[in-house]
Design a protein around this ligand. Structure first.
Ligand code: MSP
Length: 511
């Protein structure tokens, strides 16, 4: 089975910030865990490169849109590499394969009669070159000075018949929840989506005249228009997974991956991912079971407020990774937010969690365990018949798995750290330095040293999704390798006579 995970594709009209980084790290941890379980994984991420804002930003800088997006795409690519995001597919919406797929989907729906052309009148900002809605009105009900001259304009566009699928979507939401495969996780978002679908009315405008927007994918049935935002952006999930809507096309690669789990932020659940996307797929002929599931994460805020470049409070993950290290950043992003909820970003907390959990708890445990084994037994382990820790560790591995299966990375991290905390307490209780002085306690000392190394071996597997490089470093110090998987979490993996490596600090303290 292939576990197909995607993240929202990031707008290339701005630079990556900590929110983008969180989403990729979260999806990467889920993907790595699924690989540990032995599942095939296809992890797709990428960039959303078309649209009005890109066209405007490029114009302001006096460069072609293609050059503008290339520059920003480089930043995303370099950041994901730095943060160890192990994706399998890269979705850049200016790719020909994507354009072809989007146009084929549009053509299919045009021929099926799912679109119509209509004239609508609306308020248009000449300065910003966009139509305004009531959302853009100020408290006094007027459009503010930032919009410049606002005129009433009539424009013809293409519309997608959305509202006719309202009842189908409500039924799908209910059926999927009843089948234990909810359309949306976490649970409280199901009700939120359902309420929004109840109120669904009207259709979706899917085009912009080229006179106003050129930087987009041309409608295959009307060359004077490009498609706007959602048909372009959402379709990346299928176009880069091998989907070809042409009747009779070979769908075998696509079928081996689909359906997907989309990892998205809460702001793009309603309406795009929760309403437009299922309906678009349904209209293209997808079966109910093939409508993808949505894992909706919360937001990182700054002192309770939305992060934004214009207010100067956006946090650059690149700078953080350089200052504190990739392990500190990944660990913080995965442990200090409950999946689905919001959290406040704090550099102080990042340092605190790193020093407390990684440098002190895990780092010290590794260091003292290897040092004692080296000092008292020249690094060679004797496998005892039993250990006071084996049952406890097995329990925590089971809890970890349950939590990871539910995408609760923060809680899974807690399970792994319960093992680490227990091991540190066990060192204090058993006082190996005293046992080493007593020849009658030789067997007990072997039991303690083995239990610590064996627990660390298992911990190194559990932390792999969160801290892949550190997990590798720990395994190399334990001198234990080979294929790494959840099935190797069973107690007793280190052989009798196993020789451990030398301790080298993995998590140097941050000052
Ligand atoms: N391009 C659209 C998505 C199209 S998906 C077919 C978009 N891009 S975005 O760059 O604005 O956001 C990309 C992802 O980052 C979204 O899932 C969004 O929710 C997430 N985040 C943006 N800011 C965030 C935080 N402050 N915190 C956590 N995630 C946030 O939307």
């Amino acid at each position: 089975m292939t576990f197909f995970i995607t993240t929202a594709i990031d707008y290339t009209n701005g630079e990556p910030h900590i929110g983008h980084a969180y989403e990729k790290v979260l999806a990467d941890a889920i993907a790595r865990y699924q690989r540990l379980k032995g599942n095939d994984v296809f992890f797709l991420t990428g960039v959303d490169q078309h649209g009005q804002k890109v066209q405007q930003s490029a114009q302001k800088q006096g460069v072609a849109p293609a050059e503008f997006v290339d520059r920003l795409t480089e930043k995303f690519l370099a950041l994901w590499k730095k943060l160890d995001i192990g994706y399998d597919g890269w979705a850049a919406t200016t790719e020909p394969i994507h354009k072809r797929c989007v146009q084929a989907m549009l053509q299919l729906l045009w021929e099926k009669g799912d679109f119509y052309r209509a004239k609508r009148t609306g308020y248009y900002s000449v300065r910003q070159e966009q139509f305004l809605t009531d959302k853009e009105r100020g408290e006094d009900g007027e459009f503010g000075p930032e919009w410049g001259e606002v005129v009433l304009l009539e424009e013809e566009n293409y519309y997608f018949k959305l509202a006719q699928h309202r009842q189908w979507l409500l039924d799908l939401i209910d059926a999927r929840s009843a089948a234990g495969r909810p359309l949306v996780t976490p649970d409280f978002r199901v009700a939120e989506l359902r309420n929004a679908v109840e109120k669904l009315s009207g259709d979706l405008c899917i085009s912009r005249p080229k006179s106003r927007l050129e930087w987009g994918i041309e409608l295959p049935f009307d060359k004077d228009f490009v498609t706007y935002v959602w048909f372009d952006a959402l379709s990346n999930y299928v176009s880069f997974a091998g989907y070809d809507p042409t009747p009779g096309a070979d769908q075998s690669v696509f079928r081996s991956r689909w359906p997907a789990i989309h990892v998205i932020g809460k702001d793009i659940l309603i309406p795009p991912h929760g309403i437009y996307w299922p309906i678009m797929l349904k209209a293209c002929g997808f079966a109910d079971d093939d409508i993808p599931s949505l894992l909706v994460h919360g937001w990182w805020n700054i002192a309770g407020a939305k992060m934004s470049k214009s207010t100067g409070n956006s946090v650059d993950p690149d700078v953080l990774a350089d200052a504190f290290g990739v392990a500190a950043l990944r660990y913080y992003l995965l442990s200090d937010i409950a999946t689905g909820r919001d959290a406040d970003f704090s550099e102080e907390r990042l340092v605190q969690r790193y020093n407390g959990d990684l440098a002190n708890s895990l780092g010290n445990l590794l260091n003292r365990s290897l040092s004692m084994a080296k000092r008292y037994r020249e690094g060679v382990l004797r496998k005892p018949p039993a250990s006071p820790l084996d049952g406890f560790v097995a329990e925590k591995v089971a809890a970890y798995s349950r939590r990871m299966d539910a995408f609760e990375t923060h809680a899974a991290i807690e399970s792994a750290w319960e093992v680490i905390i227990r091991c540190n307490a066990y060192v204090e209780e058993s006082a190996p330095w005293k046992l080493a002085k007593d020849p009658a306690a030789a067997e007990k000392l072997d039991e303690v040293l083995y239990s610590l190394a064996e627990s660390l071996r298992i911990v190194s597997i559990l932390i792999t999704p969160f801290l892949p490089a550190s997990a590798d470093a720990i395994r190399s110090q334990l001198a234990w390798g080979g294929a790494i998987g959840m099935d190797r979490c069973a107690w007793g993996g280190l052989a009798d006579g196993h020789r451990l490596g030398d301790p080298v600090p993995v998590f140097p303290r941050l000052g």
